[in-house]
Design a protein around this ligand. Structure first.
Ligand code: MRU
Length: 387
């Protein structure tokens, strides 16, 4: 997307292909700082301390982290260790493991001398694919906003509520939940976005507001607790959020607070959509309660960062000294509260049937795996041999 009129992505390989450059999102919206990451560990730190964040971007960053890892040492042991190091950064976003598995499977069969070049190419492919998937999400989500506009008639803009940041800053470009919003805005459909501040790290207040402002999309930042009230008073036409991991049965893990928005939306008959590229689907899980939920440092709750009038970044304490705090970073919204999933292949119900309708190859794969398992069991029963 454009920043001050210039197209920009959130991550890109440095010209010498021996480093990766990112927008350090911890300093937004007040400073636009490009950071240079030169080692695998730099990337791991950037994911852990959230200089880069958002499930699809975490996946792309991990892929580039593998590229930097094999630039230093292209051995099998290095690849295995780097998958473990990068994989240990954050537990909830499934895109992380999706990207690491893809890199590992592609690199191990290659001779070490070819691994850096191949890793660079594949990380670039994963980044470009992410952009294409998000564009498609924008196309398939647009009719949902158009329909809301038609329902409203002349009664002002389509009021969309979003939680956290699932815009282009959370991906390589275009975003997921915000992609249909950008498409609608660019198509001349009047939209207005209610932006949840999204405590405790305020991704909404700092990142979503910034990128909507950059694109000229009307928006209003609200306290997280204001959204139920706005829905109850008919000031929200639809909700669109992102996801860090959606199960094969449509349960959605996303930023803490998303579940509460879905409950309020359900109680007020406000459509609640979740936008996701397919790498955010965990086909090995049905039940959302099996998704690992990250617990982050309590300091993110007890303290808050901001900018003084003279442009310094300061952190201040909110809570009394010694008061304990807890900081679960994500929650799970059960499929029953999700009106639909907006994917790169279309919109479907939040269910196994819905997702397999758009991704039938996953059903075949699941069946093949089952057949294989059954064969293995039968063979063991017959011969006592393990396959
Ligand atoms: O902790 P974060 O900022 O990485 O959490 C991000 C979210 O919850 C996003 O909504 C999600 O990753 C989807 S991003 C397209």
């Amino acid at each position: 997307m454009n920043v001050n009129g210039r197209p920009m992505r959130t991550i890109w390989p440095a010209a010498d292909c021996r480093a990766v450059e990112i927008i350090d999102q911890r300093l937004l919206p007040h400073e636009l700082v490009v950071a240079r990451l030169t080692t695998r560990d730099d990337v791991a730190h950037a994911i852990k301390n959230m200089a880069v964040r958002g499930a699809p971007l975490i996946g792309a960053a991990a892929a580039y982290g593998m590229m930097l890892a094999v630039a230093e040492d292209a051995s099998d042991a290095r690849i295995e260790l780097s998958v473990a190091v990068l994989g240990a950064t954050r537990p909830t976003a499934v895109n992380l493991w999706w990207a690491l598995d893809r890199m590992r499977i592609a690199l191990l069969p290659l001779p070490p001398r070819r691994r850096h070049e191949a890793a660079l190419a594949l990380a670039g492919e994963i980044a470009d694919e992410d952009v294409a998937l998000n564009r498609a999400i924008g196309e398939y989500g647009l009719p949902l906003i158009e329909a809301a506009w038609r329902r409203k008639g002349p009664d002002g803009p389509v009021q969309i509520l979003t939680h956290c940041n699932a815009g282009w800053l959370a991906t390589v470009d275009w975003g997921t939940a915000l992609a249909p919003v950008y498409r609608a805005h660019d198509a001349g459909i009047p939209v207005h976005v209610w932006v949840d501040e999204t405590r405790p790290r305020n991704q909404g207040a700092s990142l979503t507001a910034w990128e909507l402002q950059q694109h000229g999309v009307p928006h209003t930042v609200i306290a997280d607790n204001a959204s139920g009230h706005l829905m109850r008073h008919g000031r929200v036409d639809l909700c669109i959020t992102g996801t860090d991991r959606t199960t094969a049965a449509g349960d959605v893990a996303n930023k803490i607070g998303t579940y509460l928005k879905a409950l309020a939306a359900h109680d007020n008959a406000v459509p609640f959509y979740v936008a996701l590229p397919s790498p955010s689907i965990d086909w090995s899980l049905d039940n959302g309660d099996d998704i690992p939920i990250e617990e982050r440092d309590a300091r993110e709750v007890t303290h808050i960062a901001g900018w003084t009038g003279t442009g310094e970044r300061v952190e201040v304490r909110l809570t009394p000294e010694g008061s304990p705090a807890a900081n679960p970073a994500f929650d799970v919204t059960p499929a029953r509260l999700v009106s639909g999933l907006i994917t790169e292949r279309g919109v479907c119900p939040a269910s196994r049937e819905g997702l397999l309708g758009l991704f039938p190859e996953r059903d075949a794969r699941a069946k093949a795996l089952l057949r294989r398992a059954a064969f293995g069991i039968r063979r063991f029963v017959d011969t006592g041999e393990i396959e």
